[in-house]
Design a protein around this ligand. Structure first.
Ligand code: NAP
Ligand code: MG
Length: 402
């Protein structure tokens, strides 16, 4: 059979450790035999980030702006141990942070639902998509360790030099201080990204902050969402039969646990960081969570929600067999290929992406899976496969479909 052609390159960002190994296997076994893969390749592996003084990350983000769609492998965010391990000249920033800072936008994380992996929360019947604001708050904070007594103030100086001041605290002894910010522009694009995604996927949006306590900061988020919803989306939502619902974050957490699922939960940056891990592990596994960064300008970057699975990589390096789940990484590829196909009007590419997803889920449903899923599945007759054998099993299912 002739391979599927691609008109526009997909931006490919390679990564680190075990996911880098999976990346190669996925390409060799599941993509290259079927597609004339047209990618612009950026190696975000830590070694190459060091060699390029992290310029490669910036280049990859800019390429995403140029072409519109990217797929990214998990990457190491350096800490002190990694600086030593890789002999880094600098503790390079998180690639995801760098990419988000360039593209702006919102991260949508959705669990992959498959028969035989049941959520811990019995009443969750449909996936809950977590929409995480990817800019500002505590992720762009400044902090001071207060050594002893003194007055802490919040000062804003406008362009003309006029100052607005608020006393934060009169310290009588040592303590800590933190300043953070967000911008109306970023909050607006967050709101729009959530509402657009809701219309795309025909799901309600829930949004929650702590506006009763944070009467200016969080309240601004609430007000901007409400204003944009009423001005630009209310009619479209009515037509689509979906709703926008605002509540307090603690109330939202309680309601989410009692819900049936099937909605988008919009969270501020920190809430989204924390809650997405809760939602994904309650749905079964961190290895079954997809993630897409949607920028306000319509750029998309797809990845798995988990990290580089370091522990498995060290086993792999020792020559031991691993059973690392490649599903979220496969779905990062299929998500990106589908979006590329959609933008280029390439129906064959879209159909391929859907078929590969179907083959992946069918493989698990037939009892063939990696160790993380074998531990929690409700299926009988389970075969725990190695990283490679699982990918080969998917290929076999794929070839026998239709
Ligand atoms: P991790 O790679 O997500 O793995 C944590 C643990 O979760 C693993 O040890 C494994 O548990 C389980 N796990 C995660 N993904 C799995 C998969 N696909 N299949 C099977 N089990 C899976 O997190 P980490 O070990 O804390 O972080 C490793 C590196 O990843 C760090 O350098 C971090 O900076 C980076 N990271 C990158 C991203 C990203 O690029 N998006 C996100 C998070 C972390 P068991 O060991 O019990 O089998
Ligand atoms: Mg996190």
């Amino acid at each position: 059979m002739a391979k599927i052609q691609m008109q526009t390159p997909l931006v490919e960002m390679d990564g680190d450790e075990m996911t880098r190994i999976l990346w190669q296997m996925i390409k060799e076994e599941l993509l290259l035999p079927y597609i004339e893969l047209n990618t612009e390749y950026y190696d975000l592996g830590l070694k190459h980030r060091e060699e390029t003084l992290d310029q490669v990350t910036v280049d990859a983000a800019n390429a995403t702006k140029k072409y519109g769609v990217a797929v990214k492998c998990a990457t190491i965010t350096p800490n002190a141990a990694r600086v030593e391990e890789y002999g880094l000249s600098k503790m390079w920033k998180s690639p995801n942070g760098t990419i988000r800072a360039i593209l702006d936008g919102t991260v949508f994380r959705t669990p992959i639902i498959v028969k035989g992996i049941e959520p811990c929360v019995r009443n969750w019947q449909k996936p809950i998509t977590l929409a995480r604001h990817a800019y500002g708050d505590v992720y762009k904070n400044v902090e001071i360790k207060v050594p002893g007594p003194g007055k802490a103030e919040l000062v804003f100086t406008d362009e003309n030099g006029n100052e607005t001041r608020e006393v934060i605290h009169e310290f009588t002894g040592p303590g800590v201080l933190q300043g953070m910010h967000n911008t109306d522009k970023s909050i607006r694009s967050f709101a729009k990204a959530c509402f657009n995604y809701a219309l795309d996927t025909k799901q309600d949006v829930w949004f929650a902050t702590k506006d009763t306590i944070s009467k200016k900061y969080d309240h601004t988020f609430k007000d901007i969402f409400q204003e944009i919803f009423e001005k630009e989306y209310k009619e479209k939502f009515d037509k689509a039969g979906i709703e926008y619902f605002y509540t307090l974050i603690d109330d939202a957490v309680a309601r989410v646990m009692k819900s049936k699922g099937g909605f988008i939960w919009a969270c501020k940056n920190y809430d989204g960081d924390v809650m997405s891990d809760m939602v994904s592990s309650a749905f079964g596994s961190l290895a079954m969570m997809t993630s897409v960064l949607v920028s306000p300008d319509g750029f998309y970057e797809y990845e798995a929600a988990h990290g580089t699975v370091q522990r498995h990589y060290y086993k792999h390096l020792k020559g031991e067999e691993t059973s690392t789940n490649s599903v979220a990484t496969i779905f990062a590829w299929t998500g990106a290929l589908y979006k590329r196909g959609e933008l280029d009007g390439n129906a064959q590419l879209c159909a391929f992406a859907k078929k590969l997803e179907e083959a992946t889920l069918k493989t698990i449903e037939s009892g063939k899976m990696t160790g993380d899923l074998a531990l929690i599945t409700t299926l009988d007759n389970v075969q725990k496969l190695s990283s490679k054998d699982f990918i080969l099993a998917i290929r076999e299912t794929f070839d026998n479909l239709d």
